[in-house]
Write a protein that binds this ligand. Structure first.
Ligand SMILES: [Zn+2]
Length: 483
């Protein structure tokens, strides 16, 4: 029985609460803390979806008012990870966290086969650390900073930092207390720019809705049906059988920009027909990562509360009643009035002023709404990529770098696509999109060096530059790195 246990701060993770307990308790090692809290030492320090929560609650003094349900829903990433899963699956995961086998949780999410990389490093915002120290006397881990796909602190629009220590520890039972884990080695998750900030604001707003509301779980293809309806409205699909995939993929990519998609681990090749955007719009049996759903939702301009509060529908059946013209006129007028009052604000801002009107128009008068909303600012990347122009630009950069390598008087370096890509800072471009840049491709094919050719160049260089003073041939060979 534990007689004291820290009450959670708002938005604090369970992991962080235990880490604070560990310091308060004065325990010398994590095993002692696990024994205190769980009566057993066979518990791992789960960061996102921890298990054995019932054991913990049963062990706390009866004066403690925390409940299993409160911990799971408010202090872990349970709601985030299960928002797009069917009821049975979500309930199963809930049970595993409460009193089941924690090692089964990740598999139960069904995301093992969607190629998303798993990053469970701990993150924090410097300004939150400051204000938490001022308000509470200590720093702690905030739940919204740990959500995969979140790159910034919403409150401060500031970059998040990765706690370097959390990527290093080998002991899977150790709880890191943020107050003692901040270090100069910590690096930012990603540099922010205006475009990323705009996307992140929307992304985090939707996550907030998921975490703070109690939506009912949906059937597997519920979301797909809704995406399909929006795609039809957008002109990207005719019906459930006919989606203009190439248009969709290119437009989706232009909307977010490749860099942002890469940061979220959701970049795809438009020429690969097994990409996730295509898969999520088709009838499917597998689950997708919440990041992927959230990207679709933002791209399709879907109001997340409206989405979760709606019922299952099939696109084939028209479920929309026609609205009368008077209704339409009155809703349109309300929207235009707000736009006139705030001529410099964006759609998100105006939507917050009168959500009901926005939702109504978005549902029944979408085309008019998009024509009468503030123009979305674009920041460079949203432009369609002009591959021909890019080919010319990259070709010039590649030429410069390759000439520099061949003309260098330094020890020779082998010319490969990878080496050139790294030197111009665009390795991914040369690796993944070379086919789109035929001139660059041809030039590279001509210039890259086979090993043998390179060895000969190196031997020649050694002969000319290293004083071998009549030394034997094998010394030349050794200097050239050729066996
Ligand atoms: Zn912050």
């Amino acid at each position: 029985m534990v007689t004291f246990f820290p009450m959670p701060y708002q938005d604090e993770t369970l992991y962080s609460m235990i880490a604070r307990y560990h310091i308060w308790s004065g325990n010398l090692n994590s095993k002692a803390t696990l024994k205190d809290l769980f009566n057993t030492t066979s518990v791992t320090a789960g960061r996102e979806l921890p298990a054995n929560i019932k054991l913990l609650i049963n062990n706390l003094s009866c004066k403690c008012t925390l409940t299993v349900d409160e911990i799971i829903k408010k202090h872990t990433l349970y709601k985030y990870y299960t928002a797009f899963l069917p009821n049975e699956r979500a309930t199963y995961i809930y049970d595993l966290m409460s009193e089941g086998n924690g090692s089964l949780i990740f598999t139960a999410l069904g995301m093992c086969n969607n190629n998303m990389k798993i990053d469970s490093s701990l993150k924090y915002c410097n300004q939150c650390v400051e204000s938490d120290r001022n308000n509470f006397g200590e720093a702690f881990f905030h739940i919204e900073h740990q959500v995969p796909g979140v790159l910034m602190c919403q409150k401060h629009s500031a970059e998040l930092y990765i706690c370097n220590k959390s990527t290093q520890i080998k002991n899977r039972q150790e709880y890191l207390n943020l107050e003692f884990s901040i270090s100069e080695k910590d690096t930012i998750v990603a540099p922010l720019n205006r475009k990323i900030i705009e996307h992140q604001k929307e992304f985090i707003r939707n996550i907030d809705s998921i975490i703070n509301s109690s939506f009912r779980f949906k059937e597997m293809n519920f979301f797909r049906e809704h995406y399909l309806k929006e795609l039809i409205d957008k002109g990207m699909a005719e019906n459930r059988m006919k989606i203009y995939q190439q248009d969709l993929l290119r437009d989706f990519k232009n909307y977010y920009g490749e860099d942002y998609l890469m940061l979220l681990g959701c970049d795809f090749d438009v020429d690969n027909k097994y990409n996730w955007v295509t898969a999520i719009t088709r009838k499917h049996r597998k689950s997708f990562h919440p990041i992927q759903h959230l990207l679709m939702i933002e791209y399709l301009n879907i109001d997340i509360e409206d989405l979760f509060n709606s019922d299952y529908m099939e696109v084939r059946k028209k479920t929309y009643k026609n609205k009368t013209d008077e209704e339409k006129t009155s809703q349109r007028e309300k929207w235009l009035k707000l736009r006139n009052e705030y001529p410099n604000e964006n759609t998100t801002f105006i939507r917050e002023l009168d959500k009901a009107t926005y939702i109504w128009l978005n549902k029944y008068d979408k085309k008019w709404l998009s024509e009468n909303s503030p123009v979305k600012k674009t920041y460079g990347h949203s432009k369609k990529i002009d591959w021909e122009k890019r080919d010319e630009e990259i070709l010039q950069e590649v030429k410069d770098v390759i000439e520099a390598i061949y003309n260098s008087s330094e020890k020779p370096e082998r010319v490969t696509v990878g080496a050139v890509g790294r030197k111009i800072g665009k390795a991914y471009l040369l690796q993944k999109y070379l086919d789109k840049m035929p001139k660059t491709k041809e030039y590279l094919q001509e210039k890259v060096e086979a090993v043998k050719v390179f060895q000969n160049r190196r031997i020649k260089w050694v002969r000319e530059n290293v004083t071998t003073n009549g030394e034997s041939e094998w010394i030349v060979m050794r200097e050239a790195g050729v066996r």
